[in-house]
Design a protein around this ligand. Structure first.
Ligand code: ATP
Length: 252
């Protein structure tokens, strides 16, 4: 469902994303982990079409993002790390605005879908309040509502759990699992190893722009040669130069 092929982004000589190759099957919740500055957000912005790669290709749902950007966007939902919301709108108005962009607003089923999503994200009772009055967590949940409005096949999320309280975090994790069961592919970056261990079937670890390991938490445990939780595996894999220069495990 998602293929990154030799994906590279260079910022003034800095290889922020360096020859990344990944292939992600439909219905997978894929966790993208790495230390600060590793290249997670850059990769995600490339996948969302916000940035253009220096080299390489991104294939989503069988389409090359550089050749069919609008079609790819139609089947992709994107939640950035710092989302922009029109705070003088209410949640309903904001979702209507997005629906207009996706050409959904006139559809009879749209109202139902919007109400279901607002209920799901625990926002229905506040749908007519201005977004500026929302808490951080409510705004974050609204952005996710918006990203799912057009029922995308692929959801790309940068740090979905940051800033959510335990209840909000649980809600989002449950929704991700339900969506994945229904066939949506979810690509999420996270710093929370706990979240990755709990919800991600597959994980890639990126460091200094390169993928240093991919696999399930169990497979990563074997690669790192440590027992224990994902935190110890992550620390082991990202420590020092020895592992940092290991060849990518998943090559296209
Ligand atoms: P974090 O976990 O801290 O959010 P990250 O893994 O998301 O980090 P990126 O934000 O992708 O990392 O950054 C990767 C590298 O690219 C970093 O060294 C960063 O300083 C650099 N970088 C990111 N954006 C730009 C830019 N617009 N211009 C120049 N360098 C950039």
């Amino acid at each position: 469902m998602i293929k990154l092929i030799h994906l590279t982004k260079v910022y003034r000589g800095l290889r922020a994303v360096d020859d990344v190759n990944l292939e992600i099957k439909p219905g997978t919740i894929f966790g993208f982990l790495g230390p600060n500055g590793a290249g997670k957000t850059t990769t995600i912005r490339l996948m969302a079409g916000v940035l253009k790669p220096t080299e390489g290709r991104i294939i989503i749902n069988g389409m090359d993002i550089s050749e069919e950007p609008a079609e790819v966007k139609r089947c992709t939902g994107f939640v950035p790390d710092r989302p922009f919301l029109y705070e003088k709108l209410t949640a309903s108005e904001f979702l209507y605005f997005l629906a207009g962009l996706y050409g959904l607003a006139d559809r009879v089923s749209f109202e139902d879908r919007m109400s279901r999503l607002l209920e799901l994200f625990d926002l229905f009772h506040w749908k007519d309040e201005l977004i500026e009055s929302y808490s951080h967590g409510m705004k974050q949940r609204l952005v996710m509502c918006g990203a799912l409005l057009h029922e995308p096949k692929v959801l790309i999320v940068d740090e979905p759990i940051v800033g959510l309280d335990p209840r909000g975090a649980r809600l989002v994790k449950d929704i991700f699992r339900d969506r994945a069961k229904a066939g949506t592919t979810i690509f999420m970056s996270t710093h929370s190893l706990e979240v990755a261990q709990e919800v991600c079937e597959e994980i890639a670890i990126i460091q200094a722009g390169k993928i240093i390991a991919t696999g399930s938490a169990e497979e990563l445990r074997k690669i790192a040669g440590v027992d224990g939780n994902l935190e110890s595996i992550f620390l082991k894999l990202t420590e020092g130069k020895r592992i940092a220069h290991a060849a990518p495990l998943s090559s296209h």
